[in-house]
Each structure stands twice: as structure tokens, then as C-alpha cells.
Design a protein around this ligand. Structure first.
Ligand SMILES: Nc1nc2c(ncn2[C@@H]2O[C@H](COP(=O)(O)OP(=O)(O)O)[C@@H](O)[C@H]2O)c(=O)[nH]1
Ligand SMILES: [Mg+2]
Length: 510
């Protein structure tokens, strides 16, 4: 998803330029949609951004460390009082997140790819009575998706917290989450009472109904407790947010279309290019992916997977065999199809804007073949796929196979005897039953291996298609957009020129 804040900026600009071109009521309802989007509280973007607040020693830094699975924030044990605000954020942060951290002056940022959709900001401790710290919380609040109040089982009734922070900020209650940390220090039987007690006090503060979680971020013994549940809670917060944002984007798009139609233009460049290009990209990148990793490679991966499975299940194998599949990019039919698809789109564009203005577009068109072929090479640089480690049950199946076959044989023999079948028949029945089970287990393992192999390369294929799509967009989408932008500004300049010219003509007639 593009940065929502940028989209809203663009939208506002559109509303500004449309002023005077469209009826007032149309303009006003569009402006309302823009205002609503901008007023939406929370971080405008894909990442779930949360801020940790709470008193000194409640365990905010420890919680970040527990999320990170390593020490990234100094805890009370290491450095008791100094505070250097820290953010634990995705290693590839979206631009909006970087701007947010810049604006609230959080300098220390630790990149992570453990929970790639989550950004955690450590706020100044809330036990100081200083107004400044509350102002910080208040300033950050509208910009983040949630403020997580980390409290201590002993100090959760702290007057400063409730009177200075929670009660005055109660109107933001719907974006508060509470974490009772140090839960290892509370006897299990006492936890429900403690939580009920906290909930009651929160009700008095006016923040009743908020979610309360429990953690032990840094227990003296054993692993942290409640961290997975904490991540799950943040995830569902993010899911709810995605729904809201998608609705918002749909509203903005609809309002923009209405504005454009009302002003007599069908979209920003008047060509509908943006909308069509997405389809062109996905068709072309799919075609390229078939060059990079075609049906034969998928079949080959299936064969390799089946072989790995059989080997894993054979008692001879000491350790799991390595499973690699070679992917060799061979520009062929797929590249041709991609070239044709893109070429057709540019031809349509040229026709729409008219041959007189199509110079830059024609220039892009002449390079299509070369760019598509380079995109294949760029996307397909990694040439082998590791199928990963084989599922453990194959080995188990290998051990069970002779046992199960022998058991089936024994059972067959016993049943044959029970039926009083004479001569060599019971022995034959035993052999057949044993063989059937032997073969069935072998077939099961093989089939599972085949699925495993082709699944792994199919996933890789999707990644390749994504990469090819990004390459194509960078090499062709961007210059096309630039060409259209130039054309739009030429159009605007031309209009200005015409207006001035007609003004001069009118004056000279007088
Ligand atoms: N027993 C226990 N100690 C904890 C827990 N979480 C943090 N601590 C300890 O409490 C102290 C303060 O933690 P810290 O994360 O620095 O708190 P902060 O001031 O909120 O950042 C440190 O010595 C931590 O080791 C916990 O869940 N259980
Ligand atoms: Mg700390």
C-alpha cells in the first residue's frame, strides 16, 4: 500500500485545484472525505505503531527486549535512570514511519525483521510529575495506533499514573492497551483479583473496557511469559486498522473520481493509464515468471521432492539430504508475451494522447524489448531454490514402514488361519498384505515429497513474479508516468499560453 498520508496530500491538492471548476456541493463533499481521512487517528500506513508508556521499572525496555529476543534496550538492571527514547521498528520502515519518528525526535532506532509489521516506541517514563512527559504522550497519541500502558503489579494503582495521565487522556481510551508486567511475581491465584481491581480503577478513570494483558518480560528465571499473546493482540489491532484504511482509500478514490468527472477529466492524466498499468504489470510479470521458472522446473522440483522424501524415509539415510532446485532464466515465450503486453499498452496511450504529443512515449516504446529482457535478468539473478528442511514425519514413516508391513503380514496370516484356508494360502495372504502396506507407505511419502517440492518452487515463483513486476515498473512504468506528467504540464502551460494569447489578441483588436 502506498503511504496513506501522501495519498491524502495528493487528494487535498486535487480538491484545491478543482475549486471553482466543480459545483460547490461536489467540492465540499470531497473536502469532507479528505478531512475525515486526515482526522483519522492512528498511524497512517501499513505498520502497526505502538508507544509504550508507564512508570520507571515497569518493564517497557524489557518488553522491547522480549519482543526482539535479544537486548536492544537497556533495562533498569543495566542503567537505572537515564532515558534515551528508542524505537524498535521494521528494518525496512515505510517513509511515513520515518517521518513520524523524526517528528517526535526519536533518534535511536533499532531495525528488526522479527515482527516485520510492528513498530514499538519507548516513551519517557510517566512517574515524573512533569507536565512535559504528559505532553509527549499527548502529542504522540494521535499519531500511533495504540498506547500500551505497562504497569507493575505493585504500582498499578499509582496516583500519578491515574490522575495525571489516564483520567485526563480518557478520551483516547479506545486506543489504550494495558499490560500488567512482572506477572511472575504474582501468585497465579491472585491474578484474576488483581486484573479486576485494575479494571475497576480504570473504569473510574473513564478508560473502562480497555484490553488488559499480562506479561513477564524479564523474569529472573525461564523465558518471558505472555509475549506471543501480546503480539497476537497487536496483530488483531492491525487487522482492524487495515479494514479501516481500505475503506478510507476506497472513499478517497471514489471522491476523486467524482471530482474529476465533475471537472470534465477522467483521471489525473486523462488517459486512465494508472489503473490499466496494474493489470499490464501483473500480466507481464506472470509471463516473465514463466520464463524464469516454468512448468518443467515445478515438475522437476516435484521429482526432487519425491526423491528427498524417499531418501529421508529410507533407513540408510543418516541425515536429511539437501534439496536444491536449479532455476535457469531462459528468456523465451514469456518475455515475448510480456513485451507484447507492454507494447500494446503504450500503443493505446499514444493513440489516446494523439501522435503530436507522443514523442516521449514513443521513446519509451522503442526501449521496451531491451528493458523487459533486462528485467528478466535482474529478477532471475538467484539461480537455485533451497526446498528447505524436510518434514520430520518422513523419517518416522521410514522406521514405521517395515514394522507396519510386518504387522499387516502377521494380521493377514492370522485372519487366513482363522478362516481355515489351507496349504500355502495363509502365507500368500500374509505376503500380499505386507506388500500392500509397504507400497502404500512408500507412495504416501513420495506423494508428500512431490507436493513439498513443487510448493516450495511455486512460492519462489511468486516471489520472482513480484520481483519482475517491480523491475518492470521501475524500468517502464516510471518513464511512462514521467512522460505523461510532462504532457500534463505541457497541457497546462499550453492553456496558459492560449489564454494569454487570446487576451493579447483581444487587446489589439480594441
Ligand atoms: N521479575 C521480573 N522482573 C522484570 C520483569 N520485567 C522487567 N523486570 C526487571 O525490572 C527492571 C526494570 O525493567 P525495565 O525494562 O528497565 O523497565 P522500564 O523502566 O519500564 O524500561 C529490570 O531490572 C528488569 O530486569 C518481569 O516480568 N519480571
Ligand atoms: Mg526503560
Amino acid at each position: 500500500m502506498a503511504d496513506l498520508r501522501d495519498l491524502i496530500d495528493r487528494f487535498d491538492r486535487l480538491v484545491t485545484v478543482a475549486d471553482g471548476l466543480v459545483p460547490d456541493d461536489v467540492l465540499e463533499s470531497a473536502a469532507r472525505v479528505g478531512r475525515r481521512a486526515r482526522d483519522r487517528r492512528g498511524f497512517l500506513g501499513d505498520t502497526v505503531v505502538i508507544a509504550l508508556a508507564g512508570g520507571t521499572g515497569s518493564g517497557k525496555s524489557s518488553l522491547i527486549n522480549a519482543l526482539a529476543g535479544e537486548i536492544v534496550a537497556e533495562t533498569g538492571a543495566q542503567r537505572p535512570t537515564t532515558f534515551e527514547p528508542l524505537a524498535w521498528i521494521p528494518a525496512n520502515p515505510e517513509p511515513g514511519l520515518v517521518r513520524l519518528l523524526d517528528s517526535i525526535e526519536v533518534v535511536e532506532r533499532v531495525g528488526q525483521d522479527r515482527v516485520p509489521w510492528l513498530a514499538v516506541i519507548d516513551l519517557p517514563d510517566t512517574d515524573s510529575v512533569s507536565e512535559e512527559n504528559r505532553a509527549t504522550v499527548e502529542r504522540v497519541l494521535p499519531l500511533v495506533d495504540a498506547v500500551v500502558w505497562v504497569v507493575d503489579p505493585e504500582k498499578y494503582q499509582d496516583r500519578v499514573l491515574h490522575e495525571r495521565y489516564l483520567a485526563p487522556l480518557a478520551r483516547h481510551a479506545h486506543r489504550f492497551v494495558f499490560v500488567v508486567n512482572h506477572i511472575d511475581r504474582v501468585a497465579t491465584g491472585d491474578v484474576p483479583r488483581l486484573l479486576a481491581d485494575l479494571a475497576e480503577t480504570l473504569g473510574v478513570d473513564g478508560v473502562g473496557g480497555a484490553q488488559i494483558l499480562t506479561t513477564a518480560a524479564d523474569p529472573p528465571m525461564g523465558a518471558p511469559i505472555g509475549i506471543d499473546e501480546f503480539i497476537a493482540a497487536m496483530k488483531s489491532l492491525g487487522d482492524a486498522k487495515t479494514v479501516v484504511e481500505q475503506g478510507l482509500i476506497a472513499d478517497l478514490e471514489e471522491a476523486a473520481t467524482t471530482l474529476g468527472r465533475s471537472a470534465g477529466v477522467s483521471d489525473t492524466s486523462g488517459t486512465g493509464f494508472g489503473r490499466r498499468w496494474e493489470g499490464v504489470l501483473s500480466a507481464a510479470s506472470e509471463a516473465l515468471a514463466s520464463d524464469l521458472l516454468g512448468g518443467e522446473t515445478v515438475a522437476e522440483a516435484g521429482r526432487i521432492g519425491a526423491r528427498v522424501a524417499r531418501l529421508s524415509a529410507s533407513l540408510r539415510a543418516r541425515s536429511a539430504p539437501v534439496a536444491m532446485v536449479d532455476v535457469s532464466a531462459s528468456p523465451g515465450g514469456g518475455a515475448r508475451r510480456a513485451i507484447d503486453t507492454v507494447d500494446r499498452e503504450i500503443a493505446t496511450l499514444i493513440e489516446t494522447v494523439g501522435p503530436a504529443h507522443a514523442g516521449p512515449l514513443r521513446e519509451v516504446r522503442s526501449g521496451v524489448e531491451e528493458q523487459v529482457r533486462s528485467a528478466v535478468v535482474a529478477a532471475g539473478s538467484s539461480s537455485s531454490v533451497d526446498l528447505g528442511s524436510p518434514p520430520g514425519w518422513w523419517r518416522t514413516a521410514g522406521y514405521l514402514r517395515p514394522i507396519a508391513a510386518a504387522a499387516a503380514g502377521g494380521l493377514g496370516y492370522w485372519v487366513a488361519n482363522l478362516l481355515e484356508l489351507a496349504g500355502p494360502v495363509p502365507l500368500m495372504v500374509a505376503l500380499v498384505a505386507g506388500a500392500v502396506v509397504w507400497i502404500a507407505i512408500g507412495a504416501l511419502v513420495s506423494a508428500s515429497g512431490r507436493r513439498w517440492g513443487s510448493m516450495a518452487v511455486s512460492i519462489h515463483r511468486e516471489q520472482l513474479a513480484g520481483m519482475a513486476g517491480r523491475e518492470l515498473d521501475r524500468r517502464l512504468g516510471r518513464p511512462l508516468r514521467d512522460a505523461l506528467r510532462v504532457r500534463a504540464s505541457v497541457g497546462a502551460a499550453l492553456t496558459e499560453f492560449e489564454l494569454m494569447r487570446s487576451g493579447i489578441a483581444a487587446r489589439s483588436e480594441r
